[in-house]
Design a protein around this ligand. Structure first.
Ligand code: F6R
Length: 273
């Protein structure tokens, strides 16, 4: 496939093994990906002002948050009734620690929009009682009516949240041991690998699958295998994101580098448009 053909593929559908359509929005680059994914959140909040948003950290959602901040400053979306739940948090880090995901969410989104901080939820992984925290987090999501739209990134090993490759799919929010690959990928936020926590609290695969709508964002060639394995191969807990093939409303917004393996393999992509 030459470049012109590649750029012309901006939207695709693929029927997964469960017979469900997965929507792919193939974007030029990170900026384009961020705008298109942010539009889906704008639409959701405009449609339901007290939506419960599931949010992710890491590099992939940064541009989505930047757009939402800019648009919020310009008037819409209005976050005053919005509630959020974050996917995960490192064990042992206090909210004030700049490497914590609570700090990340405040710094990259909440501090810049008209959301009520009390409506934003991140697992408290500094808690002395992690088991209690995980079960209460799950209950809190249910009590708020469930997640309306969940934003996801994807790990190079196919993880979503911090659900690492494993021999079964976890149902609920739980404590997880991070793989070395994940710790290395996140070293950039800490300075040295020794400083990267070894454990985290994460929503389970079940928690994510109960979200009504899922938007997965991905950019860069180092995600090309993960995208291919997750959406165009067998479903397996060894590739946690592959479970999304069984979700009824998934949109993958990925740049052409992240989609490069799918496009190169010429799999049954775009044949359902
Ligand atoms: C973050 C998270 C992770 C990341 C994934 C990709 O809350 O849950 O699953 O989405 O590790 O990270 P980036 O976007 O930094 O490549």
């Amino acid at each position: 496939m030459n470049l012109a053909e590649l750029i012309s593929v901006t939207f695709g559908l693929s029927r997964n093994k469960a017979g469900i359509m997965i929507k792919f929005v193939v974007t030029k680059d990170f900026k384009d990906m961020s705008e298109k994914a942010a539009m889906l959140f704008l639409k959701q909040i405009n449609m339901k002002d007290n939506s419960l948003l599931g949010l992710a950290t890491g590099s992939s959602p940064l541009g989505v948050y930047k757009n939402l901040i800019d648009w919020n400053k310009a008037g819409l979306p209005d976050f005053s009734a919005v509630k959020t739940v974050s996917l995960d948090e490192y064990v042992g880090l206090e909210a004030a620690d700049p490497a914590s995901y609570r700090y990340f969410m405040n710094d990259n989104l909440f501090n810049h929009i008209n959301i009520k901080k009390g409506n934003t939820h991140v697992p408290n992984a500094a808690s002395k009682d992690i088991a209690k925290e995980t079960s209460e987090y799950e209950k809190r999501i249910e009590m708020m009516g469930g997640i309306d739209i969940q934003l996801l990134g994807i790990g190079r090993n196919g993880h979503i949240g911090f659900n690492e490759p494993c021999d079964f799919f976890e149902r609920a929010t739980h404590l997880v041991k991070l793989t070395e690959d994940t710790r290395q990928a996140n070293e950039r936020f800490f300075g040295t690998i020794e400083d990267v926590p070894k454990e985290a609290i994460t929503m389970g695969i079940g928690t994510i699958m109960r979200a009504r709508k899922i938007v997965l964002v991905s950019y860069g060639e180092n995600k090309a295998d993960a995208i291919y394995q997750s959406f165009f191969n067998n479903t397996s807990p060894m590739v946690p994101a592959s479970i999304l093939q069984y979700h009824a409303d998934v949109t993958v917004v990925a740049d052409k580098a992240a989609m490069s393996r799918v496009l190169a393999e010429n799999v049954s992509f775009n044949d359902q448009i």
